[in-house]
Design a protein around this ligand. Structure first.
Ligand SMILES: [Zn+2]
Length: 138
C-alpha cells in the first residue's frame, strides 16, 4: 500500500553528488567544554571521583569534598545507634541521630543528637568554586 508514495529516482538523485554536510560535527565540541568546567575532585574515603560537587560533604579531617554517602557511612561507623534510630542530614553541614517511634512512619521522629560534621565557620574552597561557576553562568 505504501508503494505509491515511494520515489524510485531518489537514490539516483543524491548519489550523483558528494555529501557536503560539514556542519554536522560542530556540536560535539561544546559538550566537552561544559564537562571540564569543574576540576575533578576525588573522594578520600572511596577514591572515586565526585560527579556532583554540589551535593558533596566536606571530609572532616582534610576539608576536601567527599561523597555524601561516604560521609554518612563514616558517621554510621562511629555513632552507636539504638533501635529505630537513624542518621539523617539536617542541612548546613550537620547530621542528626533521629529516633522513629514507629519505623514504618517516617514522618514522626525526634532528634536525639546533632552531629556538627562540617565546621560552621569554615569556608571550603571547592564549595565557593561552585558558587563562582554559577555566577559566571548568570
Ligand atoms: Zn566516596
Amino acid at each position: 500500500m505504501d508503494r505509491k508514495h515511494s520515489y524510485p529516482n531518489k537514490n539516483k538523485w543524491y548519489s550523483g553528488k558528494n555529501n557536503s554536510h560539514k556542519n554536522f560535527n560542530q556540536n560535539k565540541n561544546e559538550e566537552t567544554q561544559l564537562k571540564t568546567v569543574f576540576e575533578t575532585h576525588i573522594c578520600e574515603y572511596c577514591n572515586q571521583p565526585i560527579e556532583e560537587l554540589a551535593s558533596a560533604i566536606a571530609n572532616k579531617d582534610t576539608g576536601n569534598p567527599a561523597h555524601f554517602d561516604c560521609v554518612l557511612s563514616k558517621i554510621n561507623e562511629t555513632e552507636k545507634l539504638a533501635d529505630n534510630e537513624k542518621i539523617t542530614y539536617i542541612g548546613q553541614g550537620r547530621f542528626a541521630v533521629v529516633f522513629f517511634e514507629n519505623p514504618h512512619d517516617l514522618r514522626h521522629f525526634t532528634i536525639k543528637r546533632v552531629i556538627e560534621w562540617e565546621k560552621r565557620e569554615a569556608t571550603y574552597e571547592w564549595r565557593s568554586e561552585i558558587a563562582n561557576t554559577y555566577s559566571q553562568v548568570k
